[in-house]
Design a binder for this molecule. Structure first.
Ligand code: NAP
Length: 285
């Protein structure tokens, strides 16, 4: 048994690699550069270059489980499907897809993650579709500059509350379904232990950092401009993110996710206060 970790140099993938290493499970990291932080082994793999799809199986023919993080491109499903089919033909039986809390219900049912899920069902693969809410780690990536230099976070979410989940908890949930003896065949929501609005999150930052951090309520135009600059995509894509995802938070979408039945969710352990303390240098002037 070997587990292939696509996105293995990223936030959740690298933490998953550490968990697998500590528990002595064999794994291999897929990365565009074919390199990963020591001591992990990596293989060159690019979703946008199908000639690299054989590489993991040449490097390790015993791969039988895969952690899937698809590429953020419009034709994601067309990129991922051929790799799933190749992997299945090579003996891979279990696929664990990192999706998002609302991905299977957004965009009229044609979200690429939904198509991937339907494809896994149609070929008879074992699966787990992980559906995390908003990452706590966004504070260290999306908001690191504005917290550090301008003492604010910003959003269109108004008073909408989010059970921010740490990628450490996402990695643990992925680990659990990847190494489980029986096929998980589930789609759990992944949430953190507490619901916080951005105003409340800013208060936790203020307490821990010892300086005033505020929540700036962006206009729609400001938020669209932000997404466009950060993600480099089309204006239409930035509008979609602002209108769907941020607005849905304002309307309570993530509270509904947090309040789902315990059998449908995994509740992580990392609280925002502990996350800020552990990453304090990221936020200090
Ligand atoms: N942020 C949130 O609040 C949130 C919430 C819900 C769901 N999500 C989902 O979480 C996923 C991101 O997970 P993450 O934060 O753990 O990852 P991440 O830190 O964004 O890292 C992404 C990884 O993908 C790899 N990658 C990028 N382009 C690639 C390509 N063309 N071919 C092969 N590999 C490629 C990169 O590796 P190399 O550079 O080494 O190739 C990188 O390690 C996304 O699908 C996002 O939709 C995010």
């Amino acid at each position: 048994m070997t587990i292939l970790i696509t996105g293995g140099t990223g936030k959740s993938g690298l933490k998953l690699a550490k968990l697998l290493q500590d528990a002595n499970y064999p794994f291999l990291i897929a990365s565009r550069a074919g390199a990963a932080p020591a001591p992990f082994k990596a293989v060159r793999f690019d979703w946008l270059d199908a000639t690299t799809f054989e590489n993991p199986f040449t490097a390790d023919p015993s791969i039988d489980r895969i952690y899937l993080i698809g590429p953020t491109v419009d034709d994601m499903f067309d990129r991922v499907k051929p790799f799933i089919d190749l992997a299945f033909s090579k003996g891979v039986r279990r696929f664990v897809l990192l999706s998002g809390a609302l991905a299977l219900t957004l965009a009229g049912g044609n979200h690429p993650h939904k198509l991937i899920y339907q494809h896994l069902l149609s070929i008879g693969a074992e699966y787990s579709i992980l559906r995390p809410t908003w990452f706590m780690d966004n504070f260290s990536t999306v908001f690191s500059h504005s917290i550090k230099n301008e003492d604010h976070v910003f959003s269109l979410a108004e008073d909408g509350r989010i059970p921010f989940v740490a990628t450490q908890d996402i990695a643990q949930a992925a680990f659990d379904v990847l190494v489980a003896e029986n096929a998980p065949n589930n789609m759990p929501y992944l949430v953190g232990p507490e619901l916080l609005s951005y105003d409340e999150a800013a208060e936790v930052f203020t307490e821990v950092l010892g300086r005033k951090i505020i929540h700036k309520r962006n206009t729609r135009e400001e938020q669209i401009q932000f997404y466009q600059q950060r993600l480099g995509g089309t204006k239409a894509y930035a509008e979609m993110l602002s209108d769907l995802e941020d607005k849905l938070v304002a309307q309570g979408s993530e509270v509904v996710v947090f309040n789902t039945d315990p059998s449908e969710k995994v509740v992580g352990q990392v609280k925002l206060r502990d996350y800020i303390i552990a990453n304090k240098e990221t936020f200090n002037h």
